[in-house]
Every structure is written in structure tokens, then in C-alpha cells.
Design a protein around this ligand. Sequence first.
Ligand SMILES: [Zn+2]
Length: 226
Amino acid sequence: MTPLRLLPFALLALMPFGTMLSAQAPIHTVKTRQPLVALTFDDGPHANNTPRLIELFAREKIQVTFFEIGKHVARHPELVRALAEAGHEIGNHSKTHPRLGDMTLEEVRAELIETQAAIREATGHEPKIFRAPFLNHGPQVWTVLGELGLPSIGTRLSTNDWATDVTVEQIVERSSRAEAGDIILLHTWQNKTVEALPEIIRNLRAKGLRFVTVSELLESAKNGGD
Ligand SMILES: [Zn+2]
């Protein structure tokens, strides 16, 4: 795990997608020759679903990534600690889930730094990755991400699992389109997503894909994708 902790902005800039970073764009997918995908879950921790997900992933023996909201972390630090202890990666998803692009530089800085601190308090480690609420960025967001050395993680696949009229079948079908290098965006609070997961995992395994955390996926690209 040590090399992952040393994965700052400077190293990321050497990666094949370095040009995307210098253009200040989120990372939506990673170039890798390994059959790896990253399942990611936003907006937790969630009192009911976080424990369900911990159980499910323990049964499936896979590690995933959770982009957690700072104020939820403060309410349920024990759930975030349990996620980290189970080997899952914790990312920063802001403190209050605002549209950061509409905020001042100081407000954005507080949103991100206070969430880094809340997660460090809960787990002993600061996140190495960030996802913007609503995938909404602005120049001030990129400035703060640069200061903190955090890459912004997007997604190539819109599962739309947040939509009220989405069905379990649609979440399964859209998530199962993932290819090697993809980052799949899902939500912790969506019960239909929890229901859809066993079939998503089966389908992606049937395509020969393996599940890793976002930092492991980034690391596989840094190693030339071999
Ligand atoms: Zn969110």
C-alpha cells in the first residue's frame, strides 16, 4: 500500500493521462492493459447501506472505493473506519455536497480540508483522491485540488442510479458495459444499487474483469498498464 500513499499530483502528471490533468479535467477512465475496473460509491457513509455493502464485498472478496461526505463522516465515523479496515479506499466528496463551482476559493478550501480532516480522524489516513459533487468544477476547485495534491475522479459510465425512476435492471445493464480501466459511479444511499450489485459483479467477472480501488487502478496505469 505504501506506493499508493505516495501518489501525488506530480507522479500523476507523468501518467499517460497527464495531459488530461494539465487540462484540469477529471479522470474518467484509465489506460491499462490489465483487466481492472473500479466500483465507486458516493455520498456515504449511510447508516443502513454502508454495513450492507461491507458485508456484500466481504462475501465477494473485493475492494471498492467510497467517496464520502464530510458531514456524514462526522455523524458515522465508525462506519468509515469499518470501511477502511475492510480494505476499501475512502475518497473526499466535500463536506456538504454543494456545487463547488459556485463557491469562493475560501469556501471550496474549507469544504475539502475539513473533509480530509474528518476522514483522517475516522481512519487515521487522509484521502488521496477526490470526486466533485455533481461532477461540478471551476477554476477555484482546481486551485484547491492542486494545493492538496488530489486528482479529481469522474466516470466514463453514467449508471444514473440516482434517478428516482431508474430500475434495478437498468443499473445492472449500464454498469455491466464497463471495460478495462473504467471507473463506475454508483451511490451508497440507493437501495436499488445494493440490489443490483451481485449481478453487476457476476457480469463483469464473466467479462474477465477484476475489481480494484481507484488508487490501484491509477497505479496500474502508472506502471505502463502491464
Ligand atoms: Zn454525490
